[in-house]
Design a protein around this ligand. Structure first.
Ligand code: GTP
Ligand code: MG
Length: 221
């Protein structure tokens, strides 16, 4: 990926970039510490473009990264957006959590240039309440949007290196996710999102091609 750089951090809807000609964007969402910022770096082949941490609650704003900037006019082909984790984190106040939740909700509803939502879920444990909230938020936002403005929704099971890439463990994680999507997330079994796996651990780049495939499919007219 060439021509990648950071544009800005946004704490409210009013801060989001508003270029004259809209630029498509993709976002990585999920609970804190699930690996959003690490995946942004992995997808873009950068070591520490997005800051990561062992401590939950690290990313605190909607961070916009310009990708594949045009050499002549500097216009990016798309934005990649890293966001704060949803739900509980020890170092994050209740008020801050609520404000991030509200921002997610509005963003899914009204951000016109949004093309793909990657929802990251830890492959090591069943989806949490926070994930159920996100599944429902995304579904409701999609229901509200006109057909021409629907974004793609893709679930990513992260950190599969930690379950040793084992087929039985991956299968179990996928099954738990499907069960959660249908029973608590309100997703009809006939319209489930794709579920892929990833690892941002050293050099494996597991899942990178799948993520790019979904991005490319969403950008093509
Ligand atoms: P917040 O910004 O706090 O919401 O977290 P985040 O979702 O951005 O997570 P981040 O990318 O900062 O990663 C959290 C921790 O998990 C860090 O210690 C990462 O090194 C680790 N991590 C992330 N992805 C992977 C992975 O695929 N495998 C392994 N083994 N560790 C990972
Ligand atoms: Mg982060």
């Amino acid at each position: 990926v060439a021509g990648v750089d950071f544009e800005k951090s946004c704490a409210a809807m009013a801060d989001l970039p508003t270029p004259e000609r809209p630029i498509p964007e993709v976002v990585f969402v999920g609970r804190s510490n699930v690996g959003k910022s690490s995946l942004v770096n992995m997808v873009l082949n950068r070591k520490q473009l997005a800051s990561t941490s062992e401590t939950a609650g690290h990313t605190r704003t909607f961070d916009y990264y310009r990708c594949n900037r045009n050499r002549t006019d500097g216009r990016p082909e798309f934005y990649l957006v890293d966001v704060p984790g949803m739900g509980f984190a020890e170092n994050v106040s209740r008020g801050m959590q609520d404000s991030w939740r509200g921002l997610h909700e509005r963003y899914f509803r009204v951000r016109e240039s949004l093309r793909v939502v990657f929802h990251l879920i830890d492959s090591r444990r069943p989806p949490m309440n926070t994930d159920v909230t996100l599944m429902n938020m995304v579904r409701e936002a999609l229901d509200e949007r006109p057909a021409s403005q629907r974004f793609a929704y893709v679930v990513v099971l992260t950190k599969v290196d930690k379950i040793g890439y084992r087929e039985t463990s991956v299968k179990k994680a996928v099954e738990q996710t499907v069960e959660c999507l249908t029973s608590r997330g309100g997703w009809p079994a006939s319209h489930l999102p794709p579920i892929i796996t990833s690892s941002a651990a050293k050099k494996t780049r597991h899942g990178r091609d799948d993520i790019w495939r979904h991005m490319r499919a969403a950008f093509s007219p």
